[in-house]
Ligand binder design. Structure first.
Ligand SMILES: NC(=O)C1=CN([C@@H]2O[C@H](COP(=O)(O)OP(=O)(O)OC[C@H]3O[C@@H](n4cnc5c(N)ncnc54)[C@H](O)[C@@H]3O)[C@@H](O)[C@H]2O)C=CC1
Ligand SMILES: O=C(O)C(=O)COP(=O)(O)O
Length: 389
């Protein structure tokens, strides 16, 4: 039996995906965490933990370095909530272009029985513009950014994209009418709307700050549906007050942007749709099962992604440092126990490597002894023996 501990609201469809070999929230010694936005950065990770699966995209709430050093594989569910974010950003582009927030507030304040005369006079205050023909800059063209870019094209907008690390898979998804440029400056300089869809990391904190906002077209509308800190909120407030930008919409509130005209804050609801929550939870549950039962690392963010068909009776997986002679040391320990290797695969991602060894004859052998011998190699983080179901 494998033990799974959940944090945040994990959709029931995801919990229902687990087979009878998995128990949810039954012990303090979980094999897996299935999480959303819970902040684990300061949390101790229990010795029993083998994987953390983030149902969603961002893993900036997970202590990746510590998890790796403890041999814990961290995954996300890329794309599971991208359509939800796209639809919210598109709705806010329309809402800001048509002054919907101001128009709604006006109507709320003018509730006398016959307002028609006044409305007909005042409505010119809320004259808007249309998206068709306007220019959108998309910074980050991954799962969310590519959908936003394609949707904007479908609405008749011109789209400029910037993403220096675009993967080949993501590139396939992007309509070839999206014009790609080589700098943020070239993306934003003529854009009526600027939206950013990048992960939060050391490189992206403050990616849109005073300098980049100064480079934007006067009156542009800015969106941050990525993470707090990726747009410098102080710079955004200054730009709103000086009317450099005409509206700022973000999913991440903090006191300095609260209660300000032309700043719209949503409470981190980009991925909060029935469909996205279901996708993330189901994909997350399958990820937990595939990793615990087969050692599959598809969509792992801290280990190389490997899918090795599991055709033998047992599988030994080793998470270790990416340094010379690891495969040699590991196979020596296995050979010393007179265990025959049927298949072996090894791959590395930056400083970490993952070795998968498939064997038939572990039945009746000292499996604990093998694990401690392999974990005795000083560059090894974690060893698991998995019995084929
Ligand atoms: N508001 C919400 O509820 C949600 C927020 N998010 C946030 O949006 C982020 C993006 O999500 P996805 O598109 O699904 O991730 P993704 O990983 O599919 O795409 C991110 C893209 O950003 C690009 N990128 C990385 N560094 C960059 C840089 N310095 N400049 C330009 N591009 C850069 C990458 O090459 C990649 O194509 C997530 O990491 C998460 O923080 C995602 C889903 C929901
Ligand atoms: O997937 C992401 O990165 C999100 O920000 C969504 O967060 P949530 O799962 O809705 O708490």
């Amino acid at each position: 039996m494998y033990e799974v501990k959940t944090f945040n609201a994990i959709a029931q469809a995801g919990l229902d995906t687990f087979t009878d070999d998995f128990e949810i929230n039954q012990t303090d010694e979980p094999d897996a965490y299935l999480i959303r936005s819970v902040n684990l950065l300061q949390a101790e990770l229990p010795e029993s933990l083998k994987t953390i699966v983030r149902a969603g995209a961002g893993v900036n709430n997970v202590p990746l370095g510590r998890a790796t050093a403890q041999g814990i594989a961290v995954f996300n569910t890329p794309g599971s909530n991208a359509n939800a974010v796209k639809e919210l950003v598109v709705s806010l582009m329309i809402a800001t272009a048509r002054n919907l927030f101001e128009a709604h507030n006006y109507s709320d304040e003018h509730t006398e029985a016959d307002v028609s005369q006044r409305t007909e006079k005042d409505k010119t205050k809320f004259n808007g513009t249309e998206l068709a023909g306007k220019r959108l800059a998309v910074i980050g063209l991954g799962n969310v950014g590519s959908l936003v870019a394609n949707a904007a094209l479908a609405l008749g907008m011109k789209v400029i994209g910037y993403d220096p690390y675009l993967s080949a898979n993501a590139a396939w998804r992007i309509n070839n009418r999206v014009k790609r440029v080589d700098s943020i400056k070239n993306a934003v300089k003529n854009a009526d709307f600027v939206t950013i869809h990048v992960p939060k990391n050391n490189e992206t904190i403050g990616l849109l700050g005073t300098k980049e906002i100064t480079e934007m077209k006067d009156g542009a509308v800015l969106f941050n549906y990525s993470r707090i800190g990726i747009v410098d909120n102080k710079a955004a407030v200054k730009a709103i007050r000086s009317q450099k930008i005409s509206h700022y919409c973000t999913d991440f509130g903090e006191p300095i942007i609260a209660d300000q005209e032309k700043i719209t804050i949503t409470p981190h609801i980009g991925g909060s749709t029935l469909e996205a929550e279901t996708n993330g939870a189901v994909q997350g549950a399958n990820t937990v099962m595939n990793y615990l039962e087969e050692g599959d690392t598809t969509h792992c963010v801290n280990l190389p992604n490997m899918q090795v068909p599991f055709e033998t009776a047992y599988r030994v997986t080793v998470i270790h440092q990416n340094v010379p002679n690891m495969v040699g040391q590991i196979s020596t320990q296995i050979a010393n126990r007179e265990i025959n290797i049927e298949n072996m695969a090894n791959a590395a991602k930056e400083k970490v490597a993952y070795t998968v060894i498939d064997v038939d004859d572990l039945q009746g052998k000292d499996q604990e002894g093998l694990i401690s011998a392999l974990e005795g190699i000083k560059e090894v983080y974690k060893v698991r023996v998995i019995k084929h179901r």
